[in-house]
Write a protein that binds this ligand. Structure first.
Ligand code: KPL
Length: 299
């Protein structure tokens, strides 16, 4: 049984995909959503598909075999706390958060070898609370910092259901996504624009300066991507041109953003090796001037 904690867009989408493939899964939702039915709706192109997906609250959880944590980075600690009574020495924890550094939080609850990572590129957004729209087919890349070998609990059926694959070097995969998100997400939140507008003539020089700086940092960190960061980042901007980035959506909905887990992590790592990253520092301050940190946000 796969338990998915977090019924946002990504959590719902994965639950639909697993259910479609007849894989046992359940959604763990917040206590206040207890009244919610277990009927969930997936909009895929022109179709509306309803699935019965078992839905329980964290306090109702029994011993959990594997949990896919599909909450935002700032919700991770509270989420793990809420299921801590159901976590044992054998529970596998799969972290789906954007950004990096989340293992430090997970390590308060489980041993290093129980932690796995997932990098998701499926596009999805939730409209009503039990409805998700599938906005673009992507994939899920799984891996571990502890072993390069694929793990049995991610069976071939599971991988197929979510268009997933195991990667022996998940750290490089996570860094690549971080470098992409570190450019697109805060800039779209500052300019309040769709991803594609970052290629407009007034914004493109800023984008290119950040990408060049990120490539130098990647080289410093000995990260080897299959393509240059310039090609990778510009391709993602083009492929997701019509998207509102997740950070722009967070800002529009008055939610906390993932700026700390993405850009904060990047700046910390640069500082650790004394790599100069002036464009990233400028971006960090521009972002905080445009969007001062929220004082209190319900999680
Ligand atoms: O991952 C994304 C996000 O918005 O968080 C991108 C790739 C930028 C797509 O919008």
């Amino acid at each position: 049984m796969i338990s998915i904690l977090g019924a946002g867009a990504v959590g719902q989408l994965l639950a639909h995909k697993l259910t479609e493939a007849s894989i046992d899964c359940q959604l763990i939702v917040r206590a206040e959503n207890n009244a919610r039915s277990s009927l969930w709706c997936l909009h895929d192109q022109e179709q509306q598909i309803y699935h019965e997906i078992p839905t329980i609250t964290a306090s109702e959880c029994d011993e959990l075999g594997q949990v896919w944590l599909c909450v935002k980075s700032h919700q991770l600690e509270t989420a793990l706390e809420s299921i801590s009574h159901a976590i044992s020495d054998t529970t596998k924890i799969v972290l789906f958060q954007n950004g990096m550094g989340h293992e430090q939080i997970a390590l308060r609850f489980v041993k290093p070898e129980q932690i796995y990572f997932a990098s998701n590129t499926h596009g999805a957004f939730a409209s009503e609370s039990n409805t998700v729209h599938y906005a673009g087919r992507g994939s899920v890349t799984f891996g571990s910092f502890h072993t390069t070998e694929p793990s049995d609990f991610l069976s071939s059926n599971v991988l197929e259901a979510v268009n997933g694959q195991w990667h022996s070097d998940i750290k490089t995969v996570l860094w690549q996504k971080l470098f992409i998100n570190a450019v697109i997400n805060p800039l779209t939140a500052i300019y309040q624009c769709k991803n594609g507008a970052l290629l407009d003539h007034d914004k493109k020089p800023t984008v290119l300066a950040l990408i060049n700086e990120n490539q130098r940092l990647a080289d410093h960190l000995d990260l080897n991507f299959e393509q240059a960061l310039k090609d990778i980042t510009l391709n993602v901007i083009q492929a997701t041109a019509a998207n509102n980035s997740s950070m722009l959506q967070d800002i529009q909905q008055g939610n906390l953003t993932e700026i700390n887990a993405i850009n904060g992590y990047l700046l910390d790592q640069a500082a650790k090796i004394n790599a100069p990253v002036p464009h990233n520092w400028q971006l960090w301050s521009q972002f905080h001037i445009a969007h001062p940190p929220l004082k209190s946000v319900a999680q």
